[in-house]
Design a protein around this ligand. Structure first.
Ligand code: ADP
Ligand code: MG
Length: 341
């Protein structure tokens, strides 16, 4: 049995004329100790998917799923007691911006101790000792003196380390890291990712790493789900995905990585925008931006189906290589130098 099972998850928010499908039929699963990367442009539903797992989608958002299970528990039907046992303890989440998750009015020592007291029932002396150990583990120098610091007295990177310490305080089986480094300087980003990777390995915990950057997940994830407009469009082992993406959107995301732009000054970008509430295509949601799309793609919505060793939501996965793809490739080759590959 998988640690986390998500089948056909949808999250809708009411909007002025109809409803916004922030998440539209997402299926994902994760084994204990596994690292899953979720990538996709901003607005593709990555955060809302994981907020639904955490039970954090509030009214008027509507969450439905055929299956939403963590460690044998049905997350769609948890009583309050069970929820507080699981959420924040066995499943913890860290967010992009630590300053919005830490309370500015309390010292980090107080906030750490509060987590330990609440979930593990520690007394204040034990909690203080454990807090120091945790800060040490996340690489905060002079941890005993830092306990008295307020969040505004620490740098962004240090605050993110504190958030990670709080998230791992109760030895979660699953840590969800939602763009954990996006708000940080590049050098600090690498340090935080290294820290997450080290903690994941040491503790054997499962990790969901959300990022809009394929490069960030490429080093850490065993498998990767690519999301577009609320849907998973491809899921594969990281290696297979990076060697041979099957969905044109995954291909385009990879082509946009600086190290893949063949030394051209200009980065390959994907023209167009993620469809919103009112311009949602009837067929494939990516069709308006897809350089391979044909009449079928415009008319008929593809299903997520098994393909190679993963899954893809495309009528024509790239390894099918139909003749029209050769045309597209020839067209591309004839394009002026510096154009997207
Ligand atoms: P990502 O994390 O991939 O950038 P999100 O999951 O945050 O994207 O958002 C997916 C879509 O859901 C976006 O269009 C966003 O505007 C919308 N959305 C997210 N939260 C809410 C909310 N509370 N109310 C209405 N719309 C929301
Ligand atoms: Mg997000």
């Amino acid at each position: 049995m998988a640690l986390l099972e998500i089948e056909n998850l949808s999250v809708e928010f009411p909007a002025r004329h109809g409803s916004l499908h922030a998440v539209d039929g997402v299926s994902l699963s994760l084994e204990a100790g596994e690292v899953l990367g979720i990538v996709g442009e901003s607005g593709s539903g990555k955060s809302v998917t994981m907020m639904a797992v955490m039970g954090l989608v509030g009214f008027p958002g509507k969450v439905t799923a055929d299956r939403l299970r963590f460690d044998g528990n049905n997350l769609l039907d948890l009583n309050e007691r069970k929820r507080s046992e699981l959420i924040g303890k066995d499943v913890a989440m860290i967010f992009q911006d630590p300053t919005t998750s830490l309370n500015p009015c309390f010292t980090i020592g107080f906030q750490l101790a509060e987590t330990l007291r609440l979930h593990l029932g520690m007394d204040s002396k034990a909690a203080r000792q454990r807090s120091i150990e945790l800060l040490e583990q996340v690489g905060i120098p002079a941890p005993a003196t830092r306990l008295k610091a307020f969040p505004h007295q620490l740098s962004g990177g240090m605050n993110q380390r504190v958030m990670i310490a709080m998230a791992i305080a109760c030895n979660p089986k699953l840590l969800i890291a939602d763009e954990p480094t996006t708000a940080l300087d590049v050098t600090i980003q690498a340090q935080i990712l290294d820290l997450l990777q080290e903690l994941q390995r040491q503790r054997g915990m499962a990790l969901v790493l959300i990022s809009h950057n394929m490069g960030v997940v490429s080093e850490m994830a065993q498998k990767v789900a690519v999301m577009y407009a609320g849907q998973v469009v491809e899921q594969q082992s990281a290696q297979a995905l990076f060697n041979a993406p099957q969905h044109p959107y995954a291909e385009a995301l990879l082509a946009a990585l600086p190290e893949r732009s063949d030394g051209h000054a200009r980065l390959a970008t994907i023209p167009g925008m993620v469809p919103g509430l009112h311009d949602r295509p009837a067929g494939c949601l990516f069709a308006p931006r897809c350089r391979y799309a044909d009449a079928r793609c415009v008319a008929e919505r593809p299903q997520l189906r098994d393909w190679a060793d993963g899954r893809v939501r495309c009528h024509y996965p790239l390894s099918t290589n139909p003749p029209r793809r050769a045309d597209a490739a020839a067209e591309q080759a004839a394009a002026p130098a510096g154009a997207p590959r």
